[in-house]
Design a protein around this ligand. Structure first.
Ligand code: ADP
Ligand code: MG
Length: 317
């Protein structure tokens, strides 16, 4: 009697039990799993080799190389990398709260404090990547921002009032924390998906890779891998957190591209009526078409609306 081999036999051989699907992307599916030996819950990103050409296979290795080097509380931690004839398996710590995107849908929108609470954590991960590692993420979006709910313990001086999102609508910032937690789940925000990320600096010397001296201007100017692309995306995420829908949207991809390239977005009424000038100003400085005028990550943390929030956090939080 022949037992049909399990599709992901390799996982089982390495003591990873796997369960239901948590999410998927263009080339991958992500399953909930467990490291049988340690008992730890994991997320297993499975990439089918059949669907990938050689350069895409290379980018899987790049993703793993970058992931291995990262160590930050707001970035998903890498555990292991396995492969067999058919699949690559990237094993990471599980973020059980799921995508931040679903939290936005649950709440319809976040309160300003909750938006700042989330965006500051995202920004912490970006500050680490840009300033300490020299990596541009390049794919910052709600689907790649996950919640790890375990760490969240509302202390007596941190998030004070938990209100229903309806109550928040009429409430302005009162110098205390207004958290629009209408059934949503709060936790540590973790950045995931380094599939498009790119190493731009040598980490030790903090100099650009290779010699720039002989590079053509069009290549030097190529801003595809500039850190500022993450800052634009940060602006899109912040906008979405504040009002519940993205700044740029169009069914037709040409129209959408046109709007983005011109920076055509609005603080649409009535959704933005109640949102503070400080929040709008922060969004404006991130969604700046001219990348030189756009905030970099250090300027983001100096933004008055952000700074006033961080200043009122307890020091040890
Ligand atoms: P892709 O490159 O295919 O977009 P991602 O790494 O973004 O792959 O993972 C796809 C989806 O799987 C995510 O949007 C999320 O829903 C889920 N996911 C990924 N990593 C984890 C994790 N560590 N914990 C929980 N869910 C995850
Ligand atoms: Mg993704």
């Amino acid at each position: 009697l022949k037992i049909k081999p399990d599709k992901y036999q390799t996982l089982l051989e390495h003591y990873y039990q796997y369960y239901e699907k948590l999410g998927e992307g263009a080339f991958s599916e992500v399953l909930r799993g467990k490291n049988v030996q340690s008992g730890e819950d994991v997320a297993i990103k499975i990439i089918s080799k059949k669907k990938l050409d050689t350069s895409q296979q290379q980018s899987v290795f790049k993703e793993v190389t970058i992931l291995r080097r990262l160590d930050h509380k707001n970035i998903v931690s890498f555990d292991n990398f396995l492969e067999d004839d058919n699949y690559y398996y990237i094993i990471q710590d599980l973020c059980d709260g799921g995508e931040i995107f679903n939290q936005i849908v649950n709440l319809t929108y976040f309160s300003e404090d909750l938006s700042r609470h989330v965006i500051c954590q995202v920004a912490e991960s970006i500050r680490y990547l840009h300033n300490e590692v020299g990596v541009v993420h390049r794919d910052l979006k709600p689907e790649n921002l996950l919640f790890d709910p375990i760490d969240f313990t509302p202390s007596k001086d941190f998030p004070s009032k938990l209100r229903k999102s309806d109550d928040i609508k009429s409430k302005k910032d009162e110098g205390e924390f207004n958290y629009g937690v209408g059934g949503g789940c709060i936790g540590t925000v973790k950045l995931a998906d380094f599939g498009l990320s790119k190493q731009i600096w040598e980490s030790k010397t903090k100099t650009p890779c290779g010699t720039v001296g002989y590079t053509a201007p069009e290549i030097v100017k190529d801003e595809r891998y500039s850190k500022k692309v993450d800052m634009w995306a940060l602006g899109c995420v912040l906008y979405t957190l504040l009002c519940g829908f993205p700044p740029f949207y169009d069914e037709k991809i040409d129209e959408l591209t046109e709007k983005i390239s011109k920076g055509q977005y609005e603080f649409l009424r009535p959704w933005w009526d109640e949102i503070s000038a400080g929040a709008k100003n922060c969004v404006l400085n991130l969604l700046c078409v001219n990348s030189h005028q756009r905030y970099d990550i250090n300027q983001f943390f100096e933004d008055p609306w952000i700074k006033s929030f961080l200043d009122k956090l307890p020091q040890d939080a």
